[in-house]
Every structure is written in structure tokens, then in C-alpha cells.
Design a protein around this ligand. Structure first.
Ligand code: ADE
Ligand code: ZN
Length: 328
């Protein structure tokens, strides 16, 4: 029997560097003549046991040392975009972390040319979102935005990621203002490990149009009411939240509460090479472990297009496809 056709969906929260599988770490290390501190793919994968966000970020940034050339970034993005078909992903808004590369001497241009080369060759529609690392300085964020300015036609927006606690959105008010003045869209990670106040700051000070994660918003009823009233999308990543210790197990994830609050929730993978699955596996896991039913899955897939930066006619076309898809 053929596998059922996956629901068409958009992925709005995936870090391209988080799609770097251990096999590719080894392949690129060989290609670039880089010595790795791991003896095998299995030994590297065995290190993927995280206690919190920082313990993951340490290995995530270390693995990026193998990404050096335009071809490396092209191959990385091409592998992700090939994988999209399996999960029904028709459109992806992909994060990248330029500061993690410029600090190693890789120019922004190399990163962007590589990623856009893969997008140009793919059937999946995709956009790039340049993320500022919140545990770096605001000046460093300004610098990377300036360096990216000649390539702004290849970038749809800016985001904010990396270690959250102690690095509030307010630190980046000015650089987000400049990015928005340049015509870029704005999103931000907030309320993953950080408090609900960071979600409020991201909305009020950064002009964030979507909140990445946002799970801790549930601690503040007024914020929940605001997110519902303003239809602010939350890009939730269930497997990531469990792997990084935000919840002790998927069975106690608050996705059902977010849905019961009628929030505009989407399901995403975050860093699929590290957290045990791509977006399709996140959909399957919430169905299996949280009892999310077929119609709710359809709603989550529809939300992914509604919350995307696609133009209205393309949104409408994808939404019609989601409505016509049979669900189990
Ligand atoms: N960078 C990659 N994955 C991230 C996450 N889950 N939170 C913050 N920054 C990240
Ligand atoms: Zn993320």
C-alpha cells in the first residue's frame, strides 16, 4: 500500500544549520580538510543529548565549522529542500545565522549565494530569514545587517535566535527598526526558555509579526488574549521543546492548550538533524502522543500558510489544497 499523501504545509521555523546531519558533517570535514573531534557519525550522534538550549547550541555552533564554501551552503540547503517533498512541505521560510559564519571568516555573500543557489534549483518555494544572534552584541547585529545590504533582494526578513535568557528583545530594538525600514519582515524567537515578557517586547519593540516558539506565553493570560485578538502566529516546535527540556515529555506539551486558546499555531521542526525529526515527524508525534485529531492537523497545516509571508493569491491556492486533502 502507498503511504498516505502528507498534508500540504509551509515550514516557518527551521534553521538551515540545524538540518546539518552528522553524515554531512563528516562529508564536509573531509572535503574541506578539517579534523573533527569525533571518530565516527555514531559517536557524534551519541552527543545529541541536551539538558537545555545552551547545551544544544554548543554543539550546533561547533558542527558549523565544516561549512566553509558556497558549495557547502548550497549542498546543505539542497538536502533540506529535497527532504521537503516527503513531508508535504511546499513552502519554507528558512532561518540562517550569518554571524556564526562571519566570525569564522566566511563572508555573508558566500552564505547567501550558496543558500539561494539551492533555492533557485528547487521545486519548493523558499525564502530566507537572516537571524541575529541575541547572545552577540547589538553592534555585531548592525554590522551583519550592513554586510547583507547588497543582498537584500534575496532575504525576506530578519529574526532573532540563540541563547534567550538574559538577552531580551529590547537589546535589538534599533537594528530591527533599521531592518524594517529596509523593507524586511520581522520575526523573533521569544518565550522558548525566556519569560512571557520577552514575547511582549518582541511584539512592541521589534515589530515581530510572528513569534518563534512562544510556548511560555501561556503563563500570561493578558498576553494570550492579545495573541488571539491580533492573530499573532506562534511557530511551535514540539520535538525541539522536549529535546531541550522545555517539557519533560511530549505527552505534557501544552500544544493542546494553545489550540484550546484558539491561537494561530503552526508546527515546525526547528533543527531536525538534532531533535529527532522533520516537520512530518512533528505532525505525527503530536497526533500520536497528544491526541491531536485529523481536523486539527488540517487546521495546523492551514495555519502554516496563513502565517507565511506568501502573497494572498498563493496563500489562497495552498489553503484550497489543504481543504481538499483527506486526513486520517
Ligand atoms: N538556534 C537554533 N535553534 C534554536 C532554538 N531552538 N532556539 C534559539 N536559537 C536557536
Ligand atoms: Zn528556532
Amino acid at each position: 500500500m502507498n503511504a498516505p499523501t502528507p498534508l500540504p504545509k509551509a515550514e516557518l521555523h527551521v534553521h538551515i544549520e540545524g538540518t546539518l546531519e552528522p553524515e554531512m558533517v563528516f562529508e564536509l570535514a573531509r572535503r574541506n580538510d578539517i579534523a573533527l573531534p569525533h571518530s565516527s557519525v555514531e559517536q557524534l550522534r551519541a552527543k545529541y543529548r541536551f539538558s537545555d538550549l545552551q547545551s544544544f547550541l554548543d554543539i550546533y555552533y561547533a558542527n558549523m565549522a565544516v561549512l566553509r564554501t558556497e558549495a557547502d551552503f548550497r549542498d546543505l540547503a539542497a538536502a533540506y529542500l529535497r527532504r521537503c517533498a516527503e513531508d508535504g512541505v511546499r513552502h519554507a521560510e528558512i532561518f540562517f545565522d550569518p554571524q556564526a559564519h562571519t566570525k569564522r571568516g566566511v563572508p555573508v555573500r558566500t552564505v547567501i549565494e550558496g543558500l539561494t543557489g539551492a533555492i533557485a534549483d528547487s521545486d519548493v518555494s523558499a525564502e530566507l530569514i537572516l537571524c541575529f544572534l541575541r547572545d552577540e552584541s547589538a553592534e555585531s547585529a548592525e554590522q551583519v545587517l550592513r554586510a547583507a545590504e547588497p543582498h537584500l533582494d534575496r532575504i525576506i526578513g530578519v529574526g532573532l535566535d540563540s541563547a534567550e535568557v538574559g538577552h531580551p528583545p529590547s537589546k535589538f530594538t534599533e537594528v530591527f527598526r533599521r531592518a524594517r525600514a529596509l523593507g524586511l519582515r520581522a520575526v523573533a524567537h521569544a518565550g522558548e526558555e525566556g519569560p512571557p515578557g520577552y514575547v511582549t517586547e518582541a511584539l512592541d519593540l521589534l515589530g515581530a509579526e510572528r513569534i518563534d516558539h512562544g510556548i511560555r506565553a501561556l503563563e500570561d493570560p493578558e498576553l494570550v488574549a492579545r495573541l488571539r485578538r491580533d492573530r499573532v502566529p506562534l511557530t511551535v516546535c514540539p520535538l525541539s521543546n522536549v529535546r531541550l527540556g522545555c517539557f519533560p515529555g511530549l505527552e505534557v506539551h501544552t500544544l493542546p492548550r494553545l489550540l484550546a486558546e484558539d491561537l494561530l499555531v503552526t508546527i515546525n521542526s526547528d533543527d531536525p538533524a538534532y531533535f529527532g525529526g522533520h516537520v512530518g515527524e512533528n505532525f505525527a508525534a503530536v497526533q500520536r502522543e497528544l491526541g491531536v485529531d485529523g481536523e486539527q492537523l488540517r487546521g495546523l497545516a492551514a495555519n502554516s500558510f496563513t502565517a507565511s509571508f506568501l502573497d494572498e493569491p498563493r496563500k489562497a491556492a495552498y489553503l484550497a489544497e489543504v481543504a481538499a486533502c483527506s486526513v486520517e
